[in-house]
Design a binder for this molecule. Structure first.
Ligand SMILES: CC1=C(CCC(=O)O)c2cc3nc(cc4[nH]c(cc5[nH]c(cc1n2)c(C)c5CCC(=O)O)c(CCC(=O)O)c4C)C(CCC(=O)O)=C3C
Ligand SMILES: [Fe+2]
Length: 346
């Protein structure tokens, strides 16, 4: 399969600490210029220390890269894969330097966040714009894949598997990262609320595919000052009301995450599970796409699709549901954040 004019794939991620001494500097990186209360930072620091000061995210990305490299090779595609993070080593700036040194000219960028928002899309594009300055490398961001069959499919399979072992009346509770309401408003363009809409779509698609007649979309990992409204309900609050309504069993589907990030292993597997236990709710957490073959293949398919577009072809672009293919080029007002004046890669 040709992937010309692309000559590299760059995996773009968040980064996480790898040892206890990394935790505070990592949190400083994440929250620089952000209005996060000190108590919240201490609390989140404790989540990391509780896991030995090591976030799961970097090892998950290493495993994803190994799987993507194997899948590319199996399809006869000779494309070097690079990795750069926003908040921890390997930093995007260093990776871009390496890519330039290696003579890369056109790299596809796969971001480990599937949805539109300032945090999950535009901030990465700002980081990419900054990192590529002074380098003769052109970056081509791959489209959002929240509605790609390679993302939704693994959630459907995992949800089906979880329900097969659960009582008949198990309620599906889809969970994603909360964001400020203002960030949701700006997501996809002023007033577009794409973040929420895209998650509602994925939740609906998974629920319909497994034949569930009721489901919820709820949020985890709220941060920021208490007076700033963030998307609600919080997963723990919703478990309370579900229990009060007589629900006895829940399957929690973490559609906001491609793999078992800290939010999944702490906020869901630790905290929400404890809430469920206290309420006497049976709790099962559905697997993330992670190393599912369809998800790994999706990365290659998105690269092939983008390469074909760059060659002026009109490739088939797989999606599921009603929202259609999302653009690879965001408008200048897409996912704006009033507090950031940085330029973003289109
Ligand atoms: C939408 C979204 C995603 C999904 C998209 C994507 O995947 O990028 C995401 C991912 C992640 N967020 C992560 C960690 C953190 N996020 C924080 C803070 C914040 N996240 C926000 C939003 C999001 N975050 C927001 C609006 C804030 C407030 C500050 C700000 O406006 O930026 C803080 C500071 C402490 C706190 O406030 O909680 C930490 C430590 C990790 C690493 C996990 C690991 O180690 O496995 C990952 C993958
Ligand atoms: Fe976050």
């Amino acid at each position: 399969m040709p992937v010309q004019p692309l000559d590299a794939l760059l995996i773009v991620s968040f980064g996480g600490p790898e040892a206890p001494e990394d935790v505070v500097p990592f949190l400083e990186n994440v929250t620089r210029g952000k209005n996060i209360p000190r108590e919240r930072l201490e609390e989140v620091g404790e989540h990391y220390f509780g896991f030995g000061g090591r976030s799961p995210i970097n090892d998950l990305n290493r495993a994803l890269i190994t799987a993507v490299e194997a899948d590319l090779a199996a399809h006869g595609i000779d494309l070097p894969v690079y990795w750069g993070n926003r908040n921890w080593d390997p930093y995007l700036a260093d990776t871009l330097q390496q890519m330039a040194d290696d003579g890369v000219t056109d790299a596809a960028c796969f971001v480990t966040s599937a949805y539109s928002s300032y945090s999950g899309c535009r901030q990465y594009r700002e980081d990419l714009f900054e990192a590529v300055q002074d380098h003769p490398v052109t970056l081509h961001r791959l489209r959002h894949y929240f509605n790609h069959p390679g993302f939704v499919g693994p959630f459907v399979e995992a949800t089906r598997a979880a329900l097969a072992e659960a009582p008949q009346d198990t309620r599906l509770v889809f969970v994603t990262h909360s964001i400020p309401e203002s960030m949701n408003e700006a997501s996809g363009g002023p007033g577009a609320r794409a973040y929420e809409t895209q998650h509602q779509e994925v939740a609906r698609l998974v629920a319909e595919s497994v034949g569930a007649d009721r489901h919820d979309l709820v949020y985890c990992s709220r941060s920021g000052p208490p007076q700033v409204p963030w998307l609600e309900p919080d997963v723990n609050d919703r478990l309370e009301t579900l229990a009060a309504e007589g629900v006895t069993s829940v399957a929690v589907v973490p559609i906001g995450f491609i793999s078992d990030h800290m939010e999944v292993v702490y906020d869901l597997d630790t905290e929400a599970r404890a809430t469920a236990d206290r309420l006497g709710l049976r709790f099962v957490r559905v697997a993330t796409p992670d190393d599912a073959p369809a998800f790994v293949a999706m990365v290659r398919e998105l690269v092939e699709e983008r390469a074909a577009q760059l060659r002026g072809e009109d490739p088939e672009r797989a999606t599921v549901g009603d929202l259609g293919v999302s653009s690879t080029a965001c408008s200048t007002t897409c996912c704006l954040n009033a507090r950031s004046s940085r330029t973003a890669l289109a």
